[in-house]
Design a protein around this ligand. Structure first.
Ligand SMILES: Nc1nc2c([nH]c(=O)n2[C@@H]2O[C@H](COP(=O)(O)OP(=O)(O)OP(=O)(O)O)[C@@H](O)[C@H]2O)c(=O)[nH]1
Length: 153
């Protein structure tokens, strides 16, 4: 009884970490993915660029800051397209996904990541499981099947 009460309080107290994520779409439809830097949870997994919102930031402001910090590019307009959630052992995240079609600057991997422009279906793996729902929607938009890898979900 006591243990159950403690566990449910802990679950209720678990706050969402708000994350801004950019889906950079090149003129030929390719999408930008990069690897998670060493030292972070899921290091080496492929993801869309982005990161956590800081206090007082909007999603767009956070995305703009993160893409300068990580990639050295200044993005044009970014509006939230989808919002998803994923419960990882390290965090319960709420992901605010923005499609971005315009940016300026040269790509520079400022955190030691690898980057790849990818058409769907993706050639790279593994991909963060929190990105599966958007990969599904992006694939549907293009009339392509997406099957999430079972071992990573
Ligand atoms: N950038 C990004 N994060 C994702 C994706 N999918 C996904 O589940 N996430 C999750 O969103 C969170 C992003 O946090 P982060 O650690 O990359 O953010 P950050 O750069 O601000 O980190 P730091 O400042 O703590 O080092 C992680 O828990 C990550 O697992 C994705 O496609 N891109």
């Amino acid at each position: 009884m006591v243990v159950e009460a403690v566990a449910s309080e802990a679950a209720a107290a678990r706050k969402h970490t708000e994350v801004a994520v950019g889906i950079l779409v090149r003129h030929d439809g390719a999408l930008l993915l990069s690897t998670r830097p060493p030292g972070k949870p899921y290091a080496g997994y492929w993801e869309f660029p982005g990161g956590k919102l800081e206090v007082g930031e909007t999603v767009e402001q956070a995305l703009r800051r993160e893409l300068v910090e990580e990639l050295g590019v200044a993005i044009g307009p970014a509006e939230v397209w989808k919002v998803t959630e994923h419960d990882y052992p390290h965090a319960l995240v709420r992901l605010h996904w923005c499609k971005v079609h315009a940016w300026t600057g040269e790509f520079e991997m400022r955190e030691g990541q690898a980057m790849a422009w990818q058409q769907l279906p993706l050639d790279v793996s593994p991909v963060l499981p929190g990105a599966y729902p958007v990969l599904q929607w992006l694939s549907e938009e293009r009339g392509i099947a997406f099957v999430p890898p079972e071992s990573d979900s």
